[in-house]
Ligand binder design. Structure first.
Ligand code: FES
Length: 162
């Protein structure tokens, strides 16, 4: 399969090892208290949520048009915790980065809308906790996701000091 050499989301083989290194992002207690925080992991802006006793990490900018997910509300939808993008209210699962939407079968006007998935649109990353320290490991960036475009666009965005 051919790949576009201008695709900025691509990672050269020599960089893969580096981006797969876990990066320390803060103390477990602090992030639990904050319930969300924005961090830079190998220059990529990532939002970490602490919700329902679990940590989640996603690209910070929404796959639709770059909305700031760190400002979104968290809701449980269809049994899955989701962040609601503050710009156009897209729903994104915290665990898998799937875009959810409600669908109605027009041939059944009385049917109740059902939640459906558009697939994994937002890149998620791995969070690990070791001895009270929280680390994020970026996912495999060679597998492209819709949120990569905005991750690159907002790469130089400043994150306020805590
Ligand atoms: S930018 Fe997130 S829903 Fe449009």
């Amino acid at each position: 399969m051919e790949q576009d050499i201008n695709d900025s989301s691509m990672v050269k083989p020599s960089q893969r090892k580096e981006v797969s290194n876990p990066i320390y992002v803060g103390r477990e207690d602090d992030i639990k208290k904050l319930q969300r925080t924005r961090v830079a992991v190998h220059e990529r802006k990532v939002v970490i949520f602490y919700h329902g006793g679990k940590f989640y990490a996603l690209d910070c900018r929404c796959y639709h048009a770059g909305g700031p997910l760190h400002l979104g509300e968290i809701e449980d939808i269809n049994g899955q915790p989701c962040v609601i993008c503050p710009w156009h209210h897209y729903k994104i699962t915290l665990n898998t980065g799937e875009g959810l939407y409600q669908a109605i079968n027009p041939k059944e006007p009385s049917a109740v809308p059902k939640w459906k998935s558009k697939g994994a649109k937002q890149r998620t990353h791995r969070v690990t906790v070791d001895n009270g320290n929280v680390y994020v490991t970026l996912s495999d960036l060679t597998d492209s996701k819709d949120s990569d475009y905005y991750a690159e666009k907002y790469k130089t965005e400043k994150i306020a000091e805590k």
